[in-house]
Design a protein around this ligand. Structure first.
Ligand code: SF4
Length: 416
């Protein structure tokens, strides 16, 4: 009996460690995820008051990485060249190749001597992600990119081509980027959240998603990426430093030069992340994944929501709007029989009344293996009517790319 007991104990502890070794996860998280059944839509997370620390423990990849050029500052590159007796303008030359000419292969940077190119190439690469495959929707309006990371993990990005509704919209080329592998939020309706958080992405791994899609878009359609949304896998504020570095790279005029007004960060409501972003010298757009008009229902839909009271999240959002003069948006995924009833709409009106904001309604797009359903057209219409009557500005966005499973996290979790 005693042997049996110790046998079971050893199996539990080392089973988790073996899987952690293979997947790169934190063993304690692995043990935890082993104990979770496949998301039934409403499995609550155990209360954790120290979620940030968990993320920190697993954030550093265990693999030896090269140095990556995307996201590195001019000062850092200058130092590297100066240490090798090279003039300061070399760093500017690299920036020119990388961001203006969009050449990422060091050996093609022809105004550097061959010896210098070899020396650079030995230590640096442009970035550490590789394209695995691209899936295209039937209407050719949505493209999903699956990337492999240096440690074998996978993430995805989605490119959305603007519709021809009006000129401005038609010109949009929006890339939805991932900021983590997996996601700690575990939203009931999301494929990415099912496995929990595996690790944070490094800055180059975030930036490269946009960089490479931009190059692909130019080659295939003669177009450029115009908008970035941090709405792929992951909670951006749980990988704050890397996300911030990626935003700074995307907006810097001598780097990617994208207007920060065209960049949107989406959060499930990490209060200190919202507050920190408000204190930066930035004016990017901010979206809160709200999904419910009250704390109780919200916690059922987003287990991570129990970390912060809804009122404190809303206060941080309004404060962000006041400081940055940017409008804020609330995303509300309509789930049949869960949050799409008229009483939910009335409660939402009460929650947001007299605030400068808009609500983006997203009818749920079914994900294989989750027991959730699409709302009916009547329910969507009725919900919107109540918001209209309550003077809440709303839009209704139908998920694009259903045929290629473009809802977040669906591709990266497929094994093929
Ligand atoms: S919907 Fe977004 S925040 Fe929620 S689990 Fe998925 S990736 Fe994370």
């Amino acid at each position: 009996m005693v042997y049996l007991y110790f046998g079971a104990l050893i199996f539990f502890v080392f089973g988790a460690k073996i899987r952690a070794f293979v997947t790169g996860e934190n063993p304690s998280q692995t043990a935890y995820s082993l104990s979770m059944s496949i998301c039934d839509g409403f499995s609550p997370l155990p209360k954790s008051s120290n979620f940030g620390q968990k993320t920190k423990k697993i954030s550093a990849p265990k693999y030896i990485r090269m140095k990556y050029l995307l996201g590195v500052t001019l000062d850092t590159l200058n130092t590297w060249f100066q240490e090798r007796g090279q003039p300061r303008f070399r760093a500017g030359q690299i920036f020119d190749w990388l961001y203006k000419k969009e050449i990422s292969d060091i050996m093609q940077m022809s105004n550097l001597s061959i010896d210098l190119r070899y020396a650079l190439d030995k230590e640096w690469k442009a970035h550490g992600i590789e394209l695995v495959k691209i899936q295209t929707s039937d209407d050719q309006q949505t493209y999903k990119f699956l990337w492999q990371l240096h440690d074998g993990k996978r993430v995805e990005s989605v490119l959305i081509i603007g519709e021809n509704r009006d000129t401005q919209e038609a010109q949009r080329r929006t890339v939805c980027v991932s900021s983590q592998v997996g996601c700690p939020a575990r939203c009931a309706f999301c494929a990415s959240g099912r496995e929990g958080l595996l690790r944070n992405l490094e800055p180059d791994e975030i930036i490269a998603q946009v960089y490479e899609i931009n190059r692909w878009l130019q080659k295939e359609r003669g177009e450029r990426v115009s908008h970035i949304v941090y709405m792929g896998m992951g909670e951006p504020f749980r990988n704050y430093e890397a996300v911030l570095q990626s935003i700074r790279t995307m907006i810097a005029p001598d780097m990617m030069g994208i207007s920060q007004r065209r960049i949107t960060v989406s959060t499930v409501g990490v209060v200190e992340g919202i507050q920190r972003l408000a204190s930066e010298d930035l004016k990017v757009n901010l979206v809160l994944s709200l999904h419910a008009p009250n704390q109780k229902l919200r916690q059922k839909i987003i287990p991570y929501a129990r970390e912060y009271e809804l009122q404190s999240i809303l206060e941080a959002m309004y404060d962000y709007a006041a400081k940055t003069k940017r409008d804020i948006t609330f995303e509300y995924t309509l789930l049949a029989g869960i949050n799409d009833a008229p009483e939910h709409a009335h409660e939402l009106v009460e929650l947001l009344k007299n605030k400068q904001c808009s609500v983006n309604l997203i009818p749920y797009n079914p994900v294989a293996g989750l027991k959730l359903e699409k709302p009916s057209h009547e329910a969507i219409r009725g919900f919107r009517k109540i918001l209209d009557a309550g003077n809440i500005i709303s839009t209704c966005r139908y998920t694009k790319g259903d045929d290629i499973a473009a809802a977040c996290g669906q591709l990266a979790l497929q094994k093929s």
